[in-house]
Design a protein around this ligand. Structure first.
Ligand SMILES: Cc1cc2nc3c(=O)[nH]c(=O)nc-3n(C[C@H](O)[C@H](O)[C@H](O)COP(=O)(O)OP(=O)(O)OC[C@H]3O[C@@H](n4cnc5c(N)ncnc54)[C@H](O)[C@@H]3O)c2cc1C
Length: 369
């Protein structure tokens, strides 16, 4: 049974953000900063954000040459450069808003593993394409020695402007920042239903004590892969991703964010451990799901890659294993739009939400007003 205070004060907001991932937090933060005195709440179904934002690998990346080649083939040169700049500027916004120390941002470079000597024309092409926008030529060929990789890895293509963040620290910094801005966060609050009223929306949450209604002038849907429940028509495909973290080992002394297989597989170090993820391309039907879980075939393939490619001869023991769910569409652009007079959505962030999440939140907050 709700108290007088709960009923009169704690359920009424100018903005209710549904979903407490990167986008939900940034939307709440930028809206609250722009509208002092407005009441803002985030409703998150999990104890921690239960989508991708606390499950990701912490790559602060905006595109390897292999990935950008696909983009140029499908959307053309200009649109590819615009996509890269959106991610690059998103990363800048993330860093400026939270601070490099708070998120442990390290500009240690992004590296694409090559299994044959790379063609210099490819590198020149993308440096030429991006130089005018970035003011520098980010890509260069580097030797692959010094990391302990298999000799199958002949070279690395470095992107000097990429790096890593500590995902846990990033989300903790975001939580602190929204709290400082006066935003109230309710966790373990799964939104079941959103209904229109003449003045806004009624947002129903299922709790252990039954259904509770919140009232909002505006609702921002930031539920990424889980948005079908509210937006049945939206083109949206879930994509589950797997991450493994090893026990610490002296072999994992280097830094950088590494990719191979067109960016589908990725690895880095964290606290002297190896973090390895991806492999979704190995079982796309199986990984097109909202259900958390470990795909044992992908787990096996990633472990084989450790032994045959990344750290041959090293006795690597896996300490952590988890999955998270991303959202994809036929376009790599996120969906940022007004749904009706009282609801907006910022969803479908794909696999680079660390890079674009802040920017999506900023754009969504601007759309609300
Ligand atoms: C394994 C993995 C590795 C990744 N690695 C990287 C990386 O290294 N670099 C990078 O840039 N990106 C990476 N990504 C992608 C990045 O994490 C996402 O793009 C980003 O986190 C999306 O943020 P979001 O806020 O849109 O979505 P989410 O983080 O998914 O947030 C949506 C939130 O909505 C909540 N929610 C859903 N339904 C409801 C409901 N009914 N009521 C209340 N709350 C609800 C969910 O619990 C969730 O917390 C990775 C993703 C995964 C899964």
């Amino acid at each position: 049974m709700l108290s007088y205070w709960e009923k009169t004060t704690l359920r009424h907001f100018d903005l209710v953000v549904v979903g407490g991932g990167i986008v939900g937090h940034f939307t709440a933060l930028f809206y609250a900063q722009k509208n002092p005195g407005h009441r803002v709440a985030i409703l998150e179904r999990g104890l921690f954000p239960s989508g991708a934002s606390t499950k990701n690998a912490g790559f602060a990346c905006f595109g390897s040459i292999a990935e950008l080649e696909h983009d140029v083939a499908s959307i053309g040169e200009e649109a590819t450069a615009a996509l890269v700049m959106k991610r690059y500027n998103g990363l800048k916004l993330l860093r400026e808003t939270l601070g490099d120390e708070a998120i442990d941002y390290r500009e240690v470079g992004g590296y694409e593993m090559c299994f044959e000597p790379p063609k210099q024309e490819r590198i020149d092409f993308f440096n030429d394409l991006l130089e005018a926008h970035l003011g520098s030529r980010p890509y260069s060929v580097q030797p692959s020695e010094g990391y302990g990789f298999s000799t199958k890895v002949t070279h690395l293509i470095k992107n000097a402007l990429e790096g890593t963040v500590d995902t846990g620290k990033m989300m903790a910094a975001l939580q602190q920042k929204v709290a400082q801005a006066g935003v109230l966060t309710f966790t373990q609050s799964a939104v079941e239903k959103i209904e229109s009223t003449s003045e806004g929306k009624t947002v129903y949450i299922q709790t252990a004590d039954g259904s509770v209604a919140f009232f909002a002038r505006q609702v921002a849907l930031c539920t990424n892969a889980f948005s079908r429940k509210f937006l049945a028509e939206e083109e949206l495909e879930p994509g589950r991703g797997l991450v493994l973290v090893s026990k610490p080992h002296p072999a994992f002394h280097w830094e950088g964010s590494f990719h191979y297989h067109d960016g589908y597989n990725y690895f880095r170090t964290i606290d002297g451990r190896l973090l390895l993820g991806g492999g979704r391309h190995l079982d796309k039907p199986g990984e097109t799901t909202l259900v958390p879980g470990i795909n044992s075939a992908i787990e096996k393939a990633l472990k084989e890659d450790i032994a045959s490619l990344i750290a041959p001869g090293v006795a690597v023991e896996i300490d952590y294993l988890w999955s998270g769910v991303m959202a994809f569409g036929s376009s790599k652009q996120p969906v940022i739009k007004r749904i009706d007079d009282h609801m907006v959505a910022g969803i479908r962030l794909g696999g680079m939400g660390v890079a674009i999440g802040a920017r999506v939140g900023q754009d969504l907050a601007a759309l609300i007003g």
